[in-house]
Design a protein around this ligand. Structure first.
Ligand SMILES: [Zn+2]
Length: 464
């Protein structure tokens, strides 16, 4: 009953906002309402870059712009979902909450109606307190102020892009398909990287990979392409640039928008935490991988694509994941003096938390969303840097290529290793937690908890 009431309220709110924004909705049952918006989010002031610790001076120049892009989808009953893609390394829990709060105040959107995707480009700016021990804590005070004001601007830019998308909503047809791109390599299983070309040529690259390229297309009723949303599971680390750059996802978006004028191309990162674009490190390669991905998307667009019925069901939940090895205050004092400056940064953040009367929780509220688009696509949004095992397992247990699994969504708080990768250890297994400021290591039951929570939400969205 409560659920029914909430749906009524949400539908009423949707109509009210449409009336306020001057858009007169169609009463048709056979199509979606869809609109797009965008804001450039390239820093306009010198700002520290995120993703690598090695760059210690602020960036001032750009190769290409970074974007916040938005697709608003509304089904025939007025249920609305907002997809936001950001050409950024990630977004932390607090900033993500600020964005959602603003979108709730401005447009009446509830948490489950908002999906925030980050491309994980390593040539973008530091985003608030994301990766704080590596970036915010080690930045000079003047830079910390710039980081804070960039985060404020980001909330404004996203709000403006969402407003634009709602205003431009029009009756639309939504379709889906699935392509392939092969430049992602399992980065844990193919070292040293200088043998990659030979291994690729001889078909001897090792380790699990996910080369799927899921594609969502949005056309107006005249057939004109208005939006493309596509995903790929691979780190955006072709470049270690000192200039703003969206890396291969940025170049793929540019290629697609060139090929389809007046269309908004949006990228979401899949479970590519243990995948690298290899070989890498030249601008030519970033463009080449972008072009390969765009070709895969264009191949899907050129073939017949099934139409998605205008029905959207969205869910969002936070699952408590257990952390182990939480330090006590004595251990924190030791770590704060560590010669490893990231270890020391993390300890100082946690000490401050205690001084401010807080505690160091031994669980983390891990965000999971499942959206059902039409009858066919179940779109899973996972937080953190998720390793490929999750996507492979979920596709296997759910609905194959009709199950889309995004990582780097809503809150990028750490790497999310599978039980296998956690046991193996290494950077993705827990070595990286210090850079994110996570106080301990994930418990071995984390994978089971995440998978079970996805199944629960998946069942919810399947109910008639
Ligand atoms: Zn990463």
């Amino acid at each position: 009953m409560l659920r029914f009431k909430m749906m009524l309220t949400r539908t009423a709110m949707g109509w009210l906002i449409l009336i306020l924004t001057g858009f007169s909705p169609s009463s048709g049952q056979d199509h979606w309402l869809a609109g797009t918006g965008r804001s450039a989010i390239t820093p306009t002031e010198p700002l520290m870059m995120a993703g690598y610790a090695s760059r210690t001076t602020p960036a001032t120049k750009k190769n290409i712009d970074l974007w916040a892009k938005v697709l608003v989808l509304e089904d025939h009953t007025g249920n609305r979902g907002v997809l936001i893609s950001l050409d950024l390394v990630g977004i932390g829990r607090l900033l993500s909450q600020r964005v959602c709060q603003r979108l709730n105040e401005s447009f009446g959107l509830e948490r489950d109606q908002i999906a925030i995707f980050t491309s994980h480009t390593h040539s973008g700016p530091v985003v608030g307190r994301n990766l704080a021990p590596m970036h915010f804590m080690l930045a000079e005070e003047s830079q910390q102020k710039q980081i804070e004001s960039y985060a404020d601007r980001l909330v404004d830019e996203i709000q403006s892009a969402v407003g634009m998308a709602i205003k431009t909503s029009e009756p639309s047809r939504v379709q889906w398909g699935n392509g392939k791109a092969t430049f992602a390599v399992n980065r844990r299983e193919n070292k040293p990287y200088d043998a990659i070309k030979k291994k690729r040529a001889t078909g001897t690259l090792a380790g699990p990979i996910d080369h799927d390229v899921p594609v969502l297309s949005v056309r107006d009723l005249s057939g004109k392409l208005r939006a493309i949303v596509f995903g790929y599971a691979c780190h955006a680390t072709t470049l270690a640039s000192s200039q703003w750059d969206g890396d291969y996802p940025g170049y793929a978006q540019i290629e697609l928008e060139k090929a389809h004028p007046e269309c908004t191309a949006m990228f979401w990162a899949g479970c590519g935490a243990d995948q690298n674009p290899l070989p890498r490190r030249t601008l030519e390669l970033a463009k080449e991988y972008g072009a390969e991905l765009a070709r895969a998307v264009n191949d899907v667009l050129a073939a017949p694509m099934p139409i998605l019925q205008p029905k959207l069901v969205s869910t969002y939940d936070e699952t408590k994941l257990q952390l182990q090895g939480i330090p006590d205050s004595e251990q924190l004092s030791q770590s704060a003096k560590s010669t490893n400056r990231y270890e020391s940064s993390r300890a100082k953040i946690l000490q401050k938390q205690l001084q401010d009367g807080g505690s160091i929780p031994d669980t983390y509220p891990y965000p999971i969303a499942v959206w059902k688009l039409g009858k066919e696509i179940n779109f899973v949004h996972l937080g953190g840097e998720v390793v490929v095992d999750y996507a492979l397992r979920l596709k296997d247990e759910l609905n194959g290529t009709r199950t889309w699994v995004a990582g780097y969504a809503n809150d990028v708080m750490a790497y999310i290793p599978s039980r296998r990768v956690l046991a193996e250890g290494g950077y993705e297994g827990g070595g990286s937690n210090v850079y994110y400021g996570l106080p301990g290591l994930w418990h071995p039951d984390s994978e089971a908890k995440i998978i079970n929570a996805v199944h629960d939400l998946d069942e919810q969205v399947r109910r008639p």
